[in-house]
Design a protein around this ligand. Structure first.
Ligand SMILES: Nc1ncnc2c1ncn2[C@@H]1O[C@H](COP(=O)(O)OP(=O)(O)OP(=O)(O)O)[C@@H](O)[C@H]1O
Length: 625
């Protein structure tokens, strides 16, 4: 350690630390004084010590930061300058005198160096003690025969700074005893290593706490200044070696501790929103976990409700509002997708029976090149409104409520595995279809769309499996009943749909399959087989939309292929709402500002999705998925 290294070098004064003088290097002398290179030694030792400690700081060596700050502190400099009062010499003077020798009295040189040596040794000895966590005298071993009722008491001294203590307390209502309830990972108490959950708090700064209310104990802590002395009886069942496994979770809901009356300590809580990646460091409590948000900005964790706790909160909330129709729409819209699929088939069936006219026109609906067909976006928009009217599938047990967190792990696609399915989503008119078309046109041998199914009659120039899979209405409906379609709809009395088989066909051929869907269709596609990567195409500001979409045309309900007028504020608002509502499903967000740039960015996002490690739900990696 530093002290040993310093003592060795200090006595010989020559080689210091890593700046060891090579053998034969001339030794330095200070003017008329006969001391061997002491001035050089002082400055070298000092800078070498500061250097070494600087490196120890970067390696996070315990105590190094403190020592570094100490050595660089202005008060230390001031202290060193006290020496001239007794000796008439300062460190600066020495260093200067070394380069510009002046006569110095050897007696005050000796006096100075004796004082300086003692000071440095004391300083470095303190550093070594801190670094080796050697805080006190070594106590004699405990006698073999201790009285059974004897309890070991621990005295913990913490220095209060502007950080919270990072521990919560609880009161045993029967005995009035105060216990440490939990210690927040990475907080002050945790880093001290001296306070543990279950420790019985006996005194704080000399005041007994038994019988006090937790609020009163907290008040004592708040009022204390400087060092705080805790007297605790350690929890004998606590094992210091119990290191928790880190678990990574994606938040599927929003949470705000300040609005949660059940949290034990709102200030220790951590807010998160849907889509946030959480590193859960402690799940030992069934109700409150400890977690950090990724990317990590602080080492200190925060309290979050456990999955079961969040689920019961959701259920409570649901039952509290049974009469408000709009509240049950939210979870229904959000992700109860399998049940939506059932609703969807009802909608389609009704449309067929009623012979309802579709809003699509041929040129807009169909692009003749394979893989370039229009999506079902317009159809989906109308039927989506219909679905909102019937929310029978919403229940407190729906899937939206059962997954507040999704456990995730990093996944890198092995080269021999199929590409991940690429899903584009975005508000209508933002340019999802345009980007998809451009991408496929750019590199048709790499990117491809699935070939849709239809019940309409095949035309002369068409070939089944190329433009469409031409099937009978009975087969189409059979496929609907068997959930074989990702999305489907009706146009002029004919059914059209994109099947999962068609997606698998593209992937099996080694290509990257690009589809665009409504956000509520993402959930059924989230399987280990497809491992979808979802890119949200976001609208830029209304001003940028106005500038970039001057020549663009939009297809809207009942007004086909018209120029954009002043829909930009609405478009941006729709895009913002969609992002807020579904962001937990998005892996990446791309702002479609300049078309060329957006297309290039899309290519690189897709490349990264296929070739670089990404977070995916752990359930996708299980074999039985
Ligand atoms: N970045 C852009 N700059 C200029 N024009 C764009 C841009 N992105 C899309 N457009 C144009 O905006 C119009 C609407 O785009 P697109 O049809 O792709 O919208 P969409 O999001 O698929 O919505 P919908 O399904 O309702 O058509 C098209 O005319 C398209 O060429």
């Amino acid at each position: 350690m530093l002290l040993r290294y310093f003592s060795q070098n200090w006595s010989s004064v020559g080689p210091v630390g890593r700046q060891t003088l090579p053998p034969g290097e001339p030794k330095h002398y200070c003017g008329q004084c006969s001391q061997t290179s002491v001035c050089a030694g002082v400055s070298e030792v000092l800078s070498s010590v500061v250097d070494d400690i600087g490196q120890a700081v970067s390696r996070n060596v315990s105590g190094a930061q403190l020592l570094h700050e100490l050595l660089c502190a202005p008060w230390l400099r001031a202290l060193l300058k006290v020496q001239p009062e007794s000796t008439g010499v300062s460190v600066d003077h020495f260093i200067k005198s070394y380069t510009d020798p002046k006569p110095l009295c050897s007696s005050y040189l000796m006096l100075f160096f004796n004082t300086w040596t003692c000071f440095c040794q004391a300083l470095l000895s303190s550093h070594d003690s801190v670094a080796q966590s050697d805080y006190g005298p070594v106590l004699p071993p405990l006698p073999n025969e201790l009285p059974e009722d004897e309890e070991a008491m621990r005295i913990v001294c913490l220095v209060k700074n502007n950080q919270p203590l990072g521990a919560t307390i609880r009161r045993d209502e029967e005995t009035g005893e105060i216990y440490i309830a939990r210690v927040i990972h990475g907080g002050l108490a945790d880093r001290s290593g001296l306070l543990h959950p279950g420790d019985l708090l006996v005194e704080v700064n000399g005041s007994p706490v038994v019988g006090l209310e937790p609020e009163q104990v907290i008040q004592i802590l708040i009022n204390s200044q400087g060092t705080i002395l805790f007297k605790v009886i350690p929890n004998s069942t606590h094992s210091s070696s119990s290191s928790q496994k880190l678990v990574y979770m994606k938040a599927m809901v929003d949470y705000c501790p300040l609005q949660d009356s059940s949290i034990p300590c709102p200030n220790a809580g951590m807010a998160f929103s849907r889509g946030d990646l959480l590193e859960v460091v402690d799940q030992s409590d069934g109700q409150w976990w400890q977690a950090r948000k990724l990317p990590r900005v602080t080492s200190c964790a925060g309290l979050i409700p456990s999955a079961s706790m969040l689920k019961s909160k959701q259920r409570e909330q649901w039952w509290c509002q049974p009469l408000q129709v709009h509240t049950c729409i939210r979870p229904c819209e959000d992700s109860s997708l399998l049940s939506l699929l059932t609703d969807l088939s009802v909608c389609v069936h009704l449309q067929i029976v009623a012979g309802e006219e579709s809003i699509f026109q041929s040129p807009a609906w169909q692009d003749r090149d394979a893989g370039f067909r229009r999506s079902f976006r317009l159809w989906r928009r109308t039927s989506y409104r219909k679905r909102r009217q019937s929310c029978t599938s919403c229940s407190p047990n729906s899937s939206a409520m059962s997954t507040p967190y999704e456990e995730v792990a990093l996944y890198q696609r092995p080269p021999q595995e199929n590409h991940r399915l690429i899903i584009l989503v975005g508000a209508t008119g933002v340019g999802v279809n345009e980007l998809r078309k451009r991408l496929i046109k750019l590199n048709p041998s790499t990117f491809q769309g699935p070939v849709p199914h239809t019940t309409r009659r095949i035309r002369a120039e068409e070939q089944t499996g190329r433009e469409y899979h031409f099937v009978t209405k009975e087969l189409f409906e059979y496929m609907v009943c068997n959930h074989r379609f990702v999305e489907y709809g009706e146009y002029k009395g004919h059914l059209y749909g994109t099947s999962t088989d068609a997606i698998n066909d593209v992937l099996r051929r080694g290509r990257m399959c690009i589809i665009d869907v409504e956000p509520h269709s993402i959930q059924p596609l989230r399987t280990g087989k497809l491992k979808p990567y979802v890119i949200f195409i976001k609208a830029p500001s209304p001003d940028r939309l106005r500038q970039t979409r001057r020549d663009a045309r939009i297809i809207t309900n009942y007004t086909i292929n018209r120029a954009f007028t002043d829909d930009f504020v609405e478009l941006e608002e729709a895009s913002r709402l969609m992002e807020t509502k579904y962001k937990q499903f998005f892996d990446s967000v791309l702002v479609n500002d300049d078309l060329q740039d957006a297309c290039m960015q899309l290519c690189s996002i897709i490349q990264q999705a296929q070739d670089e490690p990404q977070w995916i739900p752990v359930s996708w990696s299980r074999r039985d998925e």
